[in-house]
Design a protein around this ligand. Structure first.
Ligand code: PBG
Length: 327
């Protein structure tokens, strides 16, 4: 049947009809808010390239987590800024490092909020790379035990999900074994499986003070031109024991999210990264677009592409605009 019998506009006529016909739901519980935790007390150091976000001392991170939980946001993912950096990223796997401290404090005050722990060495190494550097190269196999140690330290401190973002080969398997052997067999792994070498991480590197001091990350993160390779990465991570997989960044890689979702039966997360946030915020500040609507549209598009969960710096701003899920 074609026009005039078919009129696509019928179901668009009113808000109620549009709600009835809407294919994609976006709920606060689908969102995970990144937090940057730092040493000290009562500290909130604004991040210039990410308006609305700050490096938070543990007490402030607890307050932020309480506010996010009250809005129904599904979880937080923690990134740590260590007291000191060294060649092997020691604070990244120290049991009393900044992330374990924050995990314990948040778990104590908001036990119902899911705590994700990002696992990577780049915030903790003086060279800013995601692993141990040997002869000017990030050494894959020497990095694995350190990532495994960090994962165990975070699980012990109360992390509900372990999320390795380093892009070393074999890290999911190494982490799974270490978690199992340390009595953390029930802690799930969310693998940043398809993580691209992206220009959109710029603001994050200011926030986390984690920019590489030489070279770039192209020898371990993925080439933006590749999508079949993303499917291989996901397949390997699932085989190694990943419970969920992630595609990162999100908006420039919606095709990858969709292909992963169609091919695999694991939940898919997408990371709406710092540069994606900064672009919308900057344009909104200039009055070039409506920031709130742009953020909602972008997040809805990421869900529509197939993401079950979205890590996003917009979580706190958009949660009040979304209807609450039952929990
Ligand atoms: C750590 C890590 C990065 C991000 C998340 N985990 C940065 C990087 O790989 O350089 C980026 C997140 C963002 O840009 O919001 N490896």
């Amino acid at each position: 049947m074609t026009f005039p019998a078919t009129r696509m506009r019928r179901l668009r006529a009113t808000p109620a009809l549009r709600a009835l016909a809407r294919e994609t739901a976006l709920l606060p519980a689908d969102l995970v808010a990144p937090l940057f935790v730092t040493h000290g007390e009562a500290a909130r150091r604004p991040i210039a390239s990410m308006p609305g976000h700050a490096q938070l001392s543990v007490d402030e991170a607890v307050r932020e987590a309480e506010a996010l939980a009250a809005l129904g946001v599904g979880g937080v993912i923690l990134f740590g800024i260590p007291k000191t950096k060294d060649a092997v990223g020691s604070e990244g796997y120290a049991e009393d490092g900044i992330v374990p401290r924050a995990l314990r404090a948040i778990k104590r005050s908001v036990p119902e909020l899911l705590l994700w722990a990002d696992v990577c060495l780049c915030e903790y190494t003086d060279h800013g790379h995601c692993g141990v550097v040997v002869n000017g190269r990030v050494d894959n196999d020497r990095t694995l035990p350190l990532l495994a140690r960090a994962s165990v330290a975070y699980a012990q401190a109360g992390a509900d999900l372990i999320a390795p973002s380093d892009m070393m080969d074999g890290r999911v398997g190494a982490i799974r074994r270490a978690l199992d052997e340390s009595g953390n067999a029930d802690t799930p792994i969310v693998a940043y499986s398809a993580k691209y070498a992206s220009a959109f991480y710029g603001p994050f590197r200011e926030a986390a003070e984690s920019a590489p001091q030489f070279g770039d990350r192209r020898a371990y993160q993925m080439d933006p031109a590749n999508a079949n390779e993303a499917l291989r990465e996901v397949a390997l991570d699932v085989e190694e024991g990943a419970d969920m997989v992630m595609v990162k960044p999100a908006l420039p890689y919606l095709d990858v999210i969709r292909r992963v979702k169609d091919r695999f039966q694991v939940p898919v997360a997408a990371y709406n990264v710092s540069g994606e946030y900064a672009m919308i915020r900057a344009a909104a500040e200039r009055g070039w677009l409506d920031g709130e609507r742009a953020a909602l549209e972008a997040l809805t598009a990421i869900r529509r592409a197939g993401a079950d969960v979205i890590l996003t710096y917009f979580a706190k701003d958009v949660a009040p605009l979304l209807s609450r899920s039952e929990r």
